[in-house]
Design a protein around this ligand. Structure first.
Ligand code: HEM
Ligand code: HEM
Length: 134
């Protein structure tokens, strides 16, 4: 599977959870989980959508293993972070390690993305004026 496809599919699932939680908070007038809502939407929906757009501009990278690992680890870490923060604020502090481990995995994924952006061939992989893929 292409990295952009995985990122977009996961982004939509995060959006369903994040927006669902937002509506739940608004209806119940209980904003206790606003942190979880913010991170599920921003780390899940928005960031993954942006990764997908970036990988779409670069078909070779989109098909690469490193991009798939970057997106996969972001999804796993983001899900753990979202779940951890939800349980931390909704149930109790014993769930903090989930959020902590999730955030470290998201950070590791960000390091992989930093490597992708800074590696020498990154600038030459999108040719100006090239026809868009697909
Ligand atoms: C139907 C959709 C949504 C509803 C009903 C909703 C509802 C809410 C509610 C009730 C709060 C808590 C406000 C507070 O206590 O201060 C909140 C906070 C927040 N929402 Fe949403 N939201 C929705 C969609 C989104 C989306 C799509 C995003 C991001 C892409 C988003 C980002 C945030 C952020 C960052 C906060 C935290 C603000 C803060 O507390 O500092 N929301 N939302
Ligand atoms: C993955 C590692 C991350 C960790 C550990 C983390 C942690 C935190 C913490 C501790 C707060 C303060 C909460 C409070 O004072 O109640 C916060 C707030 C916030 N973070 Fe993050 N964050 C992370 C990633 C991100 C990313 C990637 C984004 C955006 C793309 C983001 C957007 C926000 C926003 C908008 C707020 C303020 C909204 C709120 O307080 O509900 N965070 N974050």
């Amino acid at each position: 599977m292409r990295a952009s496809t995985l990122a977009l599919r996961a982004a939509v699932i995060f959006a369903l959870c994040g927006v669902g939680l937002g509506i739940g908070m608004a209806m119940s007038k209980n904003h206790l989980l606003h942190n979880a809502h913010a991170h599920i939407n921003l780390v899940g929906w928005v960031s993954l959508f942006l990764f997908a757009l970036y990988y779409k501009t670069n078909p070779a990278l989109d098909a690469s293993r490193v991009a798939l690992v970057q997106v996969g680890s972001w999804i796993f870490g983001g899900a753990l972070l979202g779940l951890g923060v939800t349980l931390l604020y909704g149930v109790g502090p014993q769930y903090e390690p989930f959020a902590a481990i999730g955030s470290l995995i998201v950070f590791a994924s960000l390091l992989i993305f930093t490597y992708i952006i800074f590696r020498p061939q990154a600038s030459s992989s999108v040719r100006p004026g090239a026809a868009p893929a697909e």
